[in-house]
Ligand binder design. Structure first.
Ligand code: NAD
Ligand code: IPM
Ligand code: MN
Length: 361
């Protein structure tokens, strides 16, 4: 069997601190399960690469990455060096769009041992998947400024909702819901205020739903949906949303389940025509960078999602993925824990503990 090839991009800030912990776990799992994983490292980030080259990526980045099975990504963004819209449109958002990673899958789970900010919730009460549209919607660079610098200045920012783009994310989310025990789907909308794109989203939702009579579904305007996340998170199973709404829900969900420091994500090109990208939900966290106190679990759990994805070609990765999630659960429950979870362990201690926990399963 040929090796699965992984491009490793730690990026900026705590991306550089948490990535080694994911690689540590993957190396241990490769030995235990005889996995065949090959890595190539890329230093594409704001801090050094952009400073030196004036760009986030080399011109041949697409050619260099397209043959990989997966990209393991830390985080990008260092506003002191490059404005965020330049760095993110110059790297992460480019990968998502040009590799057609149109699904951003973001599991949200209250894990044993993680203090929940919501009263009375216990593990099992919060367990849902955010399916975020990842290539179009509100994230565009279409628009512009007219009458710039005058009192008549107008800024226009377009959103794009193609039938192809909307239908494929809804179809993915319904299929996912149909495979789950609760078979329930919630769609985020805002068709009362956003008068063109959101009624269209709702219209396509009804069309998609007709193909999945076994899935119960509902829809909520994004404002009340955020309130329901906080008040009754147990009611959610699969939540499908446009790019921006999904972005917001996928920080809110993990915050309701304790910390965004453990939240993982998979940017998927389900057809596997291009590499998929696995990254924590969080960013480069300049406020804590350099102290080695970032929670590495979001990154490590993202590596588990990657193994699950690689399992289609390399079945041994599936057992390895499960083992890694069990090791994460063990450490969250028994410690050591980083400060975001109320502990005093550092990133390396917590990461090493996850790798050590692999040996007890
Ligand atoms: P952020 O996710 O980096 O940080 C938000 C807050 O959460 C901070 O207080 C931070 O300390 C905390 N936090 C984040 N990850 C943590 C972890 N693993 N352990 C403990 N605490 C953690 O979001 P931000 O501050 O809005 O953005 C900072 C930079 O990161 C910006 O440049 C932004 O554009 C970028 N960003 C990148 C990505 C990405 O690459 N996927 C995602 C979000 C933000
Ligand atoms: C995320 C991030 C990105 C997004 C930013 C950094 C562009 O917040 O991955 O959730 O909005 O998609
Ligand atoms: Mn986000």
């Amino acid at each position: 069997m040929s090796a699965s090839r992984i491009a490793v991009i730690p990026g900026d800030g705590i991306g550089k601190e948490v990535m080694p912990e994911a690689l540590r776990a993957l190396t241990a799992l490769s030995e235990r399960h005889g996995l065949s994983l090959e890595y190539e490292h890329f230093d594409w980030a704001c801090a050094e690469y952009y400073r030196e080259h004036g760009d986030m990526l080399p011109p041949d980045w697409f050619e260099r990455l397209k043959g990989f099975d997966a990209i393991l990504f830390g985080a990008v963004g260092w506003p002191e060096v490059v404005p965020d819209h330049i760095s993110l449109w110059g790297s992460l958002l480019k990968f998502r769009r040009e590799f057609d990673q149109y699904i951003n899958l973001r599991p949200v789970r209250l894990m044993p041992g993680v203090p929940c900010p919501l009263a009375g919730k216990k593990p099992g009460d919060i367990d849902f998947l955010v399916v975020r549209e990842n290539t179009e919607g509100e994230y565009t660079n279409l628009g512009g400024r007219i009458f710039g610098g005058t009192e008549r200045e107008i800024v226009l920012q377009e959103a794009v909702f193609s039938r192809h783009g909307v239908d494929r994310v809804l179809d993915y989310a319904f299929k996912l819901a149909a495979r789950r025990e609760r078979k329930h789907l919630t769609s985020a909308t805002k068709s009362n205020g956003i008068a063109i794109s959101m009624p269209y989203w709702d219209e396509r939702l009804e069309v998609a739903a007709a193909g999945f009579p076994e899935v119960r579904w509902d829809k909520y305007h994004i404002d009340i949906l955020t309130a329901r996340f906080v008040l009754s998170p147990e009611r959610f199973d699969v939540v499908v949303a446009s790019n921006l709404f999904g972005d917001i829900l996928s920080d809110l969900g993990p915050a309701c389940a304790g910390t965004i420091g453990i939240a993982p994500s998979a940017n998927l090109n389900p057809e596997r025509r291009f590499p998929s990208l696995f990254e924590p939900v969080h960013g480069s966290a300049p406020d804590i960078y350099g102290r080695n106190i970032a929670n590495p679990v979001g990154m490590i759990w993202s590596a588990a999602l990657m193994l699950e994805f690689l399992g289609e070609r390399q079945p041994a990765c599936l057992a390895a993925a499960q083992e890694l999630v069990s090791a994460i659960e063990h450490v969250l429950e028994h410690g050591p824990r980083t400060p975001d979870l109320g502990g005093s362990a550092d990133t390396t201690e917590m990461g090493k503990a996850v790798t050590a926990a692999l040996n007890r399963i």
